[in-house]
Every structure is written in structure tokens, then in C-alpha cells.
Ligand binder design. Sequence first.
Ligand code: HEM
Ligand code: HEM
Length: 186
Amino acid sequence: ADTQTGNIPQSVSSTCMACHGMTGIAPQGAMFPDLAGQWAPYLVKQLDNFRSHTRADPMAKAIMWGMAASLTPAQVQHVADYYSKQIPAKGKMVNQKLAAAGKKIFEGGISNKQVPACMACHGPTGLGDPPLFPRLAGQRQAYVVLQLNYFKKGLRTNDPHAIMRYVASRLSEAQITELATYVRSL
Ligand code: HEM
Ligand code: HEM
């Protein structure tokens, strides 16, 4: 049932907030993604992918498969709409030097490794572009590092046309850290 606490879907307040926060801002220092301000169609796709087991990286399997399994399609839509309307966290500058290096790749790619500019799909300031391209601006650094490594190692395979697997497979560990630091600062 879709009972509500104010405007908050009951499925959010009871189940998801421990890791994603009541308003979609994840607790500090964890691997949980912020969901606030993320595009609803992207959130629906991810929840559907957890439910169908097409997003099958280790953390998805360990945690999100179980969480998403109990949601009805109506609740998936409801939860996605709710989180998409929350105010995203403000960007946080953690390290200027790493962020500057990340910005270069984000905006210009790496031509000798055939890495396209991230901004071609995720937007010049990381706001994303629905329905396919998620917002990255302000996203948790540890989560972004984790996902880029999952793509790089072929553990997360729900990206359309394997585009993120292609991109991430050409990034070094250092470049992944730089990109995650930059994205967090946006
Ligand atoms: C990822 C929603 C409960 C931990 C995600 C994502 C969504 C989501 C949409 C993908 C985000 C993205 O791709 O940017 C929800 C909803 C929940 C819920 C609607 C409640 C029904 C929880 C709980 C935990 C948790 C309770 C912790 C125990 C995680 C983790 C990830 C994640 C670790 C990353 C998974 C990965 O690396 O593949 N969640 N979540 N979630 N969530 Fe949840
Ligand atoms: C997803 C980073 C380039 C298309 C993601 C995610 C990250 C990311 C961290 C996961 C978001 C989440 O889980 O919330 C980057 C970086 C790039 C880059 C750092 C540059 C080095 C691109 C390009 C494209 C693209 C050039 C398009 C040609 C996508 C798509 C998804 C995605 C479609 C969603 C996959 C899904 O549906 O699960 N990207 N990206 N990205 N990215 Fe990128």
C-alpha cells in the first residue's frame, strides 16, 4: 500500500532513509549515493534494473536487490518522483588539485586514450540529461569511485551500449579519483 507521511512515501521513510536519508542526502562518509535531485527516469531505470537483476554489481546484489524487490511498480515511480524533487547537496571541494585534474578530463576527455568528455553526456556542470544520463553534480566521492570501478571491471553492466564500461576501462585509478573529486565539487 502507498500510505504517506505528509508528502513522504511511506516506503521511503520506513526503508530507504537509513542509507539515502529522508531527503535523499546520504550520511557522510558512506558508499551510499545521494538521490536528491536525481532525474526520476534514471531512478526508475535503476530500481527496475535492481528488480530484474540486470544491475548486478556486488553492492547492488548485497543490498539493493533486496530493497527493490518489495516495491511495486507504482511505489518505484512514487519513490523516484519523491527523491527527484528533493534539493541536491551543495558541491564540496575536497581537494583543489585533484578536482582541477578531474575537470580537465570531464570537459576535454583524454584524446590519446579515446576517452570522450564526460560532459558530452552528463552536461557541462554534471547536471545530467534525462532520461538516460544521470546527474553527477555533488554526488558522493566514494560512490562515484565505486561505480567507475564496477564499470571498469565489468561488474556493473546495465549501462546502455556499454558506454560506461568503455569509458571507465580507459581510466586509471588516479584518474578515477580525480574525476570523483571534481564531480563532488560541482
Ligand atoms: C543505490 C534507491 C534502500 C544502499 C540505490 C539507487 C537507488 C536506490 C535508486 C541507485 C542510485 C544511482 O544509481 O545513482 C533506494 C530505495 C530504497 C533504498 C528506493 C528503499 C526502498 C537502501 C538501503 C540501503 C541502500 C536501506 C542500505 C542498507 C544502497 C547502496 C547503493 C544504492 C549501497 C549502491 C548500489 C551499487 O553500488 O550498485 N538505491 N535504496 N539503499 N543503495 Fe539504495
Ligand atoms: C552513468 C561517470 C562519460 C553515459 C555514470 C555513472 C557515473 C558516470 C559515475 C553512474 C552514476 C550513478 O550510479 O548514479 C562518468 C564519467 C565520464 C562519463 C566520469 C567521463 C570520464 C559518459 C559519456 C556518456 C555517459 C561520454 C555517453 C556517451 C552514461 C550513462 C549512464 C552513466 C547512459 C547511466 C547508466 C545506467 O543506466 O545505469 N557515468 N561518465 N557517460 N553514464 Fe557516464
